[in-house]
Ligand binder design. Structure first.
Ligand code: NAP
Length: 300
C-alpha cells in the first residue's frame, strides 16, 4: 500500500489571489509527501452556516486532514469547532484547523508565524515598544505574540474602542495577568503620529495590521509619509501583495528598515503544515525563492 495522500483546504472569500496552494504544494514536495490543497470559497450569505458545517462534517469523517481559515471566517468558525487551543482563544481567531479522531481543534499560527519571521530580522529578546496600526484579528495575533515576548505594545486604530477592546481582552488573559495592562496602550489613528513621536523615543517596530496597501488599496497607508522617528525604528507590513507598499516605501525613503508580510505568510503556513503532518519545513531563502517563482508563473 502506498503512503496516504493528504487533503487540505482553505476556507475564505474571495480566494482568487490566495498564495496558499502554491506554498503547500512546495511543502508537500519538500517533505516527500503526497497530497492536495483545495480552495473552498464560502461567501457570507444566507447559506454560510450550512456550507461551513458541511465542510466540517466532511473533515470529521476524515475527508480533510487540515483546513486553513482566512477572511472573513477567522472568527465565525470558532463556534463550529470542538475546542480551541490557547493561541486561538487569546487571539479570538482561528486560521488553522486540525483533527484528533473526530474532534476538530482550532489554532492560530499567525502568532508564531509573525514571531518567527520578525525574530529573523531583529532581536525579539531585546524587547522594546511596538506600535500596531489596526485592531482586527491580525493585530491581536501580533499584539499577543509581542506581549508574550516581553514587549510594550501600543495599538492605534481608527475606532479607539476597538483598540481598547484588544487591551482589555488581552490583559485578562491568564498568562499576562500579573502585569495587566501596564505594557499596553490604546490610541486612535487620528491622534496622529505626534503622541508617538513625543512619547516613545524607544519605538522599535511599527506594524501595519490594516489592509491598506493591498491590491486595490495600493497607494494608501495607515501611517503618515512625514514623520520623525529614530533610525532604529523598523517597519513591518503584514500586507505582502504587492510586495512594496506605500508604507514600506515611505519607511525606506526615510532610511528605516522595512519588510513585508511574505515571511510571516510562509511561516504561518509551515506551522499549519507541521500541525497536520508532523513535518517541519524550514523557511530558507531557497524555499522562499521556489514559492515566489511558482506564484509568478501562475500569474503569467
Ligand atoms: P480585519 O480583522 O478585517 O482587521 C482589519 C483592521 O484594519 C481593522 O482594525 C480595521 O478597522 C482596520 N482598517 C481597515 N480599513 C482601514 C482604513 N481605511 N483605515 C484605518 N484602519 C482600517 O483583518 P485582519 O485579519 O486583521 O488582516 C489585516 C491585514 O493583515 C490584511 O491585509 C491581511 O491580509 C493581513 N494579514 C497578513 C498575514 C500574513 O501572514 N502576512 C496574516 C494575517 C493577516 P475597522 O474595523 O474600523 O474597519
Amino acid at each position: 500500500m502506498g503512503e496516504m495522500a493528504y487533503r487540505f483546504g482553505l476556507i475564505g472569500f474571495p480566494l482568487t489571489y490566495s498564495f496558499s496552494p502554491f506554498i503547500h504544494q512546495v511543502f508537500l514536495e519538500t517533505s516527500g509527501k503526497q497530497g492536495s490543497y483545495e480552495l473552498l470559497p464560502i461567501a457570507v450569505d444566507a447559506q454560510v452556516n450550512e456550507r461551513l458545517q458541511a465542510v466540517f462534517a466532511q473533515m470529521r469523517r476524515g475527508d480533510y486532514d487540515g483546513l486553513n481559515v482566512t477572511i472573513p471566517h477567522k472568527q465565525g468558525v470558532m463556534a463550529c469547532l470542538d475546542s480551541l487551543d490557547e493561541k486561538a482563544r487569546a487571539v479570538g481567531a482561528v486560521n488553522t484547523i486540525y483533527r484528533r479522531g473526530e474532534y476538530l481543534i482550532g489554532t492560530n499560527t499567525d502568532v508564531e508565524g509573525f514571531l518567527l519571521d520578525v525574530g529573523q530580522k531583529l532581536s525579539l529578546t531585546e524587547g522594546g515598544t511596538a506600535l500596531i496600526l489596526g485592531a482586527g484579528g491580525a493585530a491581536r495575533a501580533v499584539a499577543w505574540g509581542l506581549l508574550k515576548s516581553g514587549w510594550q505594545v501600543w495599538i492605534a486604530a481608527r475606532r479607539l474602542e476597538q483598540a481598547r477592546q484588544i487591551l482589555s481582552d488581552l490583559s485578562t488573559e491568564e498568562s499576562l495577568q500579573s502585569e495587566r495592562s501596564s505594557r499596553m496602550r490604546a490610541l486612535s489613528l487620528q491622534d496622529g503620529i505626534e503622541i508617538i513621536e513625543k512619547e516613545s523615543p524607544n519605538l522599535r517596530l511599527v506594524v501595519n495590521a490594516t489592509p491598506l496597501g493591498t491590491k486595490g488599496l495600493e497607494e494608501s497607508s495607515p501611517f503618515p509619509s512625514q514623520f520623525c522617528l529614530p533610525k532604529q525604528t523598523c517597519f513591518y507590513d503584514l500586507v505582502y501583495n504587492p510586495p512594496e507598499t506605500a508604507f514600506i516605501r515611505n519607511a525606506w525613503a526615510k532610511g528605516h528598515q522595512a519588510w513585508n508580510g511574505f515571511g510571516m505568510l510562509l511561516w504561518q503556513a509551515a506551522l499549519a503544515f507541521e500541525c497536520w503532518t508532523g513535518y517541519r519545513v524550514a523557511i530558507t531563502p531557497e524555499i522562499e525563492t521556489e514559492i515566489t517563482l511558482r506564484i509568478r508563473s501562475s500569474h503569467d
